[in-house]
Design a protein around this ligand. Structure first.
Ligand SMILES: Cc1ncc(COP(=O)(O)O)c(C=O)c1O
Length: 377
């Protein structure tokens, strides 16, 4: 059996090698490494794939969040509501601009922002909400968009983990995750569902005025060289990464199907286990399984992790600490707060190997080890 990895980028490269090598070779021969036709073509192809008006690439997903907040004109002291159970980037990008990240607890089944908790967190200083489409499944956008409209707030969707997920709205409308808010962002970190061979990110929007501002800010605030109309940053996707992403985008639907098949296998065999909970499927979103995350409700999570490691099965805890308890952010809201769902998820969540190249022998082995461990509980 091939060694099991959380994400097997070597196997994916082996599968795509002729296409990737040719694409990289073309960029090397062109010597056009910054901006240029590869980056422009990738932006257009991704916009068409996601059915969104504009895609503006940048250096990484964290930059994309910062650029999005800047483009919305958020000012120091403005409050931005972010999930307490999440990767640090939305809170970090806000804090770097002097904005105040305000936590809201998440839903216990899908781990996305809980609209009722968001409503409780809104104050006269709130300017934006950041729904994060965690682990590959869309957040409940409809109630979050309604709240935003009611309170005149911006919505920045963090779609770093759910590119390709489809959100279903009550009126029958369907949209790609990341395209419903005023702005959406994504990351092309190598292990993401659409990942490059370094760092990369992008901002999505259907608003032309915002698109123009994002593009300006990502490029030193200049539309023309040496003419700076806004204070900006230097944040670029390079042409080699764009070339890799153009190849991978052509296969993204297939990769998502492969992830969904692996998830269905895990569901079938682990779903009946009373000691754990397999990933819930929200009625308002498809799931593209950036992560396949179990909740160990009645068996010790850390012992399972160690047991699996001894059997050569990697697993990961996303995330071990809720953001409101992180030293850098503990004081952010001025008083200690509890977010019981976020705190519980940090104790119980365990993500299993999940990638398009997980073969039947490997996933069978993963399941066998988990079932053997659970026998004792
Ligand atoms: C939810 C979320 N937002 C933002 C980011 C930041 O992306 P990057 O690592 O490209 O800066 C990540 C990356 O892991 C993420 O998972």
């Amino acid at each position: 059996m091939r060694k099991i990895a959380m994400v097997d980028l070597a196997a994916q490269y082996a599968q795509l090698k002729p296409e990737i090598d040719q694409a990289l070779g073309q960029v090397l021969a062109s010597a056009q490494f910054i901006k240029g036709p590869e980056v422009a073509a990738f932006e257009q192809e991704l916009a068409a794939w996601c059915r969104v008006g504009h895609v503006i690439t940048c250096a990484n997903g964290t930059d994309a969040l910062q650029i999005a907040f800047m483009a919305l004109g958020l000012r120091p002291g403005d409050e931005v509501i972010v999930p307490a159970f999440c990767y640090v980037a939305p809170a970090e990008a806000a804090a770097l601009l002097g904005l105040k990240p305000v936590w809201a607890d998440v839903l216990p089944d899908t781990f996305a922002l809980d609209p009722a908790q968001v409503e409780r967190a809104i104050t006269p200083r709130t300017r934006a909400i950041v729904p994060v489409h965690l682990f590959g499944q869309g957040a409940p956008m409809e109630p979050l968009l309604q709240l935003a409209q009611q309170h005149q707030l911006w919505v920045v969707e963090d779609n770093a983990q759910a590119i390709g997920a489809t959100l279903r709205l009550g009126n029958g409308h369907q949209a790609a995750a990341g395209t419903l808010g005023h702005l959406g962002i994504t990351s092309f970190f190598p292990s993401k569902n659409l990942g490059c061979y370094g760092d990369g990110g992008a901002v999505f929007t259907n608003h032309s005025d915002l698109a123009q501002k994002v593009r300006l800010i990502a490029n030193h605030g200049q539309a023309k060289q040496y003419e700076h109309t806004l204070v900006g940053v230097n944040s670029r996707l390079d042409a080699l990464q764009a070339a890799v992403l153009r190849v991978k985008l052509r296969h993204l639907n297939y990769f998502i199907e492969q992830r969904q098949q692996a998830a269905a296998y895990y569901d079938t065999h682990l779903g009946p286990c009373a000691q754990l909970q397999v990933p819930a499927r929200a009625p308002y979103s498809t799931h593209v399984f950036h992560q396949y995350t179990l909740l160990l409700r009645h068996a010790p999570r850390n012992e399972l992790k160690d047991f699996l490691a001894n059997r050569q099965v990697p697993s990961m805890v996303y995330y071990p600490h809720p953001l409101h308890l992180q030293p850098a952010y503990r004081q952010v809201q001025g008083q200690a707060q509890n977010f019981p769902v976020a705190e519980r998820l940090c104790q119980q969540a365990l993500s299993l190997p999940m990638h398009p190249n997980l073969d039947p022998e490997q996933r069978t082995y993963v399941v066998q080890q988990i079932l053997e461990f659970l026998d004792a509980y």
